[in-house]
Design a protein around this ligand. Structure first.
Ligand code: HCS
Length: 155
């Protein structure tokens, strides 16, 4: 059976919000893809409701892309406590945490509906399920809690 790294993590030991490198994988041509755990809220204590999570996803698809070279994708965990971030190449968890903090700060303080891409029936698979209000409140709480670059050390 394949070993899924995410299920090996002891979710009772981590201190969210944090950025954690899950692993780096090298392709046959030597290219590296990195997989990060962007844990926004504490597992089994909190979960971001889908509308806010969905709006955060769409908005950081632009904001994180602008800040992280080699961005491939950032998509929510089914448990709704955070996101996977996939990138080409290696980035320090400090750099990813800084980019995430800037992006969530923007959502909390400045984002308007114009900053949320893909909210039409043609551009989204569930366009009714967005909430900028929720995205802003959760982003504010996450940034205020401090985004650590070490999953076991609170910032
Ligand atoms: N998670 C995607 C957006 C899908 S709607 C991205 O580009 O990061």
């Amino acid at each position: 059976k394949p070993v899924v790294e995410s299920f090996q993590l002891d979710h009772t030991k981590v201190k969210a919000p944090y950025v954690r490198l899950i692993d780096e994988e090298q392709g046959p041509n030597g290219d590296v893809i990195s997989n990060y755990d962007l844990r926004l809220v504490q597992p089994n204590e909190n979960a971001i409701p889908t509308a806010g999570l969905h709006t955060i996803e769409h908005t950081i698809a632009v904001l994180l892309r602008e800040r992280i070279p080699g961005y491939i994708d950032c998509s929510p965990f089914g448990c709704r406590t955070g996101f996977h971030l996939l990138t080409w190449g290696r980035h320090s968890t400090e750099d990813v945490a800084k980019a995430l903090k800037e992006s969530l700060n923007f959502i909390a303080d400045e984002a308007t509906w114009d900053d949320v891409p893909g909210t039409e029936i043609t551009s989204c698979g569930n366009y009714r399920d967005h909430s900028l209000f929720s995205a802003k409140q959760w982003s504010r709480d996450i940034v205020d809690a401090g985004i650590s670059s070490d999953p076991y050390v609170r910032k």
